[in-house]
Ligand binder design. Structure first.
Ligand SMILES: *[C@@H]1O[C@H](CO)[C@@H](O)[C@H](O)[C@H]1NC(C)=O
Ligand SMILES: *[C@@H]1O[C@H](CO)[C@@H](O)[C@H](O)[C@H]1NC(C)=O
Ligand SMILES: *[C@@H]1O[C@H](CO)[C@@H](O)[C@H](O)[C@H]1NC(C)=O
Length: 186
């Protein structure tokens, strides 16, 4: 009883704490950590959706003090994990095949599984390259993976049940691409 009676207060407290820490994020970081979060913000300015990018990048506690190397790990790591979780979701959906009585959706899902496997292979290659401090081709990897995901979306002839997931991953890949632009390729 006591617990349930205090629940609304708990939510109120949590919510107020949330507001007080999130309303002025830029002024807080401006006084403490302007320098290092600048790089992450600069990356996000080069993506189509600044707030999506910020939410994604700063969900990693390393982001505010990250150099381009760490930011590459963060961005490509997020894309990799996201692609993996969506691929698992596709596998799971294909097992409950009756859910896809619609043949367009069934064959779309099957194609998507392949496209996501391609994406994951390319993204894990990037991780290996980063481990050996090789930065060549990060931009191309981001573009190639995005086109795999675009191909997944197109596999459903306009009835994609995967739009949300594909859209999410494509936004993460825009961040990867923006990070790759911090390197100069000759
Ligand atoms: C950021 O920090 C580095 C070294 O810590 C310094 O060289 C650079 O000038 C700083 N940049 C800004 C914009 O404060
Ligand atoms: C940008 O991302 C936010 C959340 O991350 C989303 O709510 C918003 O709709 C997006 N804006 C556009 C134009 O896609
Ligand atoms: C990552 O993938 C999952 C499953 O596809 C999705 O629901 C989630 O919103 C994605 N996360 C981000 C940060 O895009």
């Amino acid at each position: 009883m006591a617990i349930s009676a205090s629940l609304p207060f708990f939510f109120f407290l949590t919510f107020s704490l949330y507001c007080s820490t999130s309303i002025f994020p830029s002024s807080v970081s401006a006084s403490s950590d302007l320098n290092s979060s600048q790089l992450a913000n600069q990356i996000c300015k080069n993506t189509p959706n600044f707030s999506f990018c910020q939410a994604a990048i700063f969900s990693d506690p390393r982001a505010s003090a990250a150099d381009r190397y760490v930011l590459s790990y963060i961005a490509f790591g997020q894309a990799y994990r996201n692609a993996t979780s969506t691929k698992n979701y596709i596998g799971f959906s294909l097992k409950s095949i009756k859910a896809y009585a619609n043949p367009t959706i069934l064959s779309g899902m099957q194609k998507c599984r392949g496209f996501y496997e391609d994406a994951i292979r390319a993204l894990s290659e990037v991780q290996n390259n980063l481990d050996s401090e090789s930065f060549y081709g990060l931009d191309k990897a981001a573009i190639d993976v995005e086109s795999s995901i675009r191909a997944c979306e197109a596999s459903f002839s306009g009835q994609s049940p995967m739009s949300q997931e594909n859209q999410n991953l494509m936004q993460l890949l825009k961040i990867c691409y923006a990070v790759s632009q911090l390197y100069e390729y000759s």
